[in-house]
Design a protein around this ligand. Structure first.
Ligand SMILES: [Zn+2]
Length: 221
């Protein structure tokens, strides 16, 4: 079969890129446009989120953390949760059912002003994905997301501390670590004056200076 343009040389084109040249950014953009965001994306990535907390939560939501029920290496041949020493360690157990985790989660619920009664880690994420999306309670929802990601990160770090460093923090010390993390993050945020933000600074014992003063209207002549 004769070639249509025998006088022209072949040229390599990278179709996802408008210029035809290879670009990693264009390739990622092309791949992502075909993937709908999961409903829990806003729980993980939000304004004032802490990257290392978000990453741990992102993996935990997909139940991909190397919990002991998922791996069994020559170094780790146990499968029992190191926080309670009585149940198989899984995502559902570690972040939802464990007697070590439950009081922390319960305290944070009260502090954040909501009470939920899911029956599994997955149903908790489903509930939060639906209820914390609401922009109306923007500050409250952001604080709850900060608390959730901080709790998951701290639980995972505590679990690793016990397995790999043979050291441990008490439940109370871990709770204060979580509270301090959320408090520090809120102090770096700039809240506009509203009943919701005033309630937050009261509940989290923050200085009133966290609330941004209202913008002054320009002087009229
Ligand atoms: Zn446990």
């Amino acid at each position: 079969m004769p070639l249509p343009y025998p006088e022209k040389l072949d040229k390599v084109l990278w179709i996802p890129s408008p210029s035809g040249g290879f670009s990693l950014a264009q390739t990622l953009k092309h791949m992502n446009q075909h993937l709908p965001s999961p409903p829990w994306t806003h729980l993980v990535w939000f304004k004032n989120s802490i990257p290392k907390h978000s990453f741990t939560l992102w993996v935990a939501i997909q139940q991909k953390l190397p919990t002991l029920n998922r791996r069994c290496t020559s170094h780790i041949n146990a499968t029992i949760c190191t926080l309670c020493n009585s149940h198989l360690e899984s995502h559902d157990h570690l972040f939802f059912q464990c007697i070590f985790t439950k009081p922390l989660w319960s305290f944070l619920q009260t502090r954040c002003g909501f009470h939920i009664f899911p029956n599994s880690w997955q149903s908790l994420i489903n509930w939060a994905s639906h209820h914390w999306r609401n922009c109306k309670g923007f500050y409250s929802n952001s604080v709850a997301k900060l608390a959730l990601s901080s709790l998951v990160y701290s639980i995972w770090m505590e679990r690793n501390r016990r397995i790999f460093r043979k050291r441990s923090l008490s439940q109370n010390a871990l709770l204060h670590q979580i509270l301090d993390t959320v408090r520090l993050e809120l102090m770096s945020a700039s809240l506009t004056d509203s009943p919701s933000s005033r309630r937050i600074i009261e509940e989290w014992e923050l200085p009133a200076s966290v609330i941004r003063p209202p913008t002054k209207p320009p002087d009229t002549i």
